[in-house]
Design a protein around this ligand. Structure first.
Ligand SMILES: N#Cc1c(-c2ccc3cc[nH]c3c2)n[nH]c1N
Length: 250
């Protein structure tokens, strides 16, 4: 997978050099290119914004730098096979970013991120590229950030960990919170490791029992309990009829 990120804060994307994403890049699973939008400005102040038509607070990011930048990025000649690039636009007014969307994006060969600042990008930029390639406007949550770069980090990590060969244990996807299948719509339950006792706190006996069926059921029940506590809205989406099937899958 190739990722391109166009931003006025390229240093914000430094975390893409470390940890899981950094390892995926080092292994050749991910090819990341971060571009400074100001490379496509030609005035002495490297201007990327201007006042909004219709008035109102703040500034709007100008069309020309984005258009010149995206034309160059898309012309990079990356051979992405049958499927071309997808433009991923972080915005508070976008489609909620979910594990389902992470899976969808992980199946694409090339993502081009356009994290904005100020009040956002002149709408004509998105409209222009929507005539050429798929555009996904995405929100990472119901809160307001000062820009889209943090969203790029979140989306990239969630997508990268789904790529083949990135996570050591391919099975670990299966038990993710929100993962399709047995854990769909359930939050992950508690996890434990050695030592067997810590500050007077032990380990649930079932986890020491070696009985895989009981352990699977306990984990499912704990996931259910935590989901009911923290995300009752997800419980309604669970299909009780599937629980026997869940036990077989877990
Ligand atoms: N994704 C996302 C966002 C944002 C966001 C994204 C881009 C810009 C550009 C200026 N302000 C922004 C906020 N806020 N909250 C989210 N979930």
């Amino acid at each position: 997978m190739r990722l391109d990120v166009v931003t006025i804060f390229p240093e914000y994307l430094e975390p893409l050099n470390v940890s899981l994403v950094g390892k995926a890049r080092a292994r050749g699973r991910l090819d990341v290119h971060v571009h400074d939008l100001r490379r496509w400005t030609y005035d002495r102040h490297n201007t990327v914004d201007d006042t909004p038509y219709g008035g109102g607070p703040g500034m709007v990011m100008k069309t020309e730098p984005w258009g010149d930048a995206l034309d160059d990025v898309l012309a990079s000649g990356y051979e992405s096979g049958a499927h071309g690039p997808v433009l991923v636009v972080p915005t508070p007014s976008g489609r909620p970013f979910t594990q389902e969307l992470a899976v969808e994006l992980s199946e694409r060969p090339w993502l081009v991120f356009t994290p904005a600042r100020y009040e956002g990008i002149d709408r004509r930029v998105i409209d222009e590229y929507a005539t050429r390639i798929p555009v996904v406007e995405v929100s990472i949550g119901d809160y307001v950030l000062a820009g889209g770069e943090a969203a790029v980090l979140v989306i990239t990590e969630a997508v990268a960990r789904l790529l083949p060969g990135v996570l050591g244990n391919a099975e670990s996807h299966r038990d993710d919170s929100f993962a399709p299948g047995a854990m769909a719509n359930l939050l992950e339950g508690p996890v434990y490791t050695k030592p067997p006792e810590w500050r007077g706190r032990g380990i649930p006996d079932v986890l020491l029992s070696g009985h895989h069926g009981k352990i699977a059921r306990w984990r499912r029940d704990e996931a259910f309990r935590r989901t009911a506590l923290n995300r009752p809205d997800l419980i309604e989406r669970c299909d009780p009829a599937s629980f026997d099937k869940k036990d077989r899958e877990m």
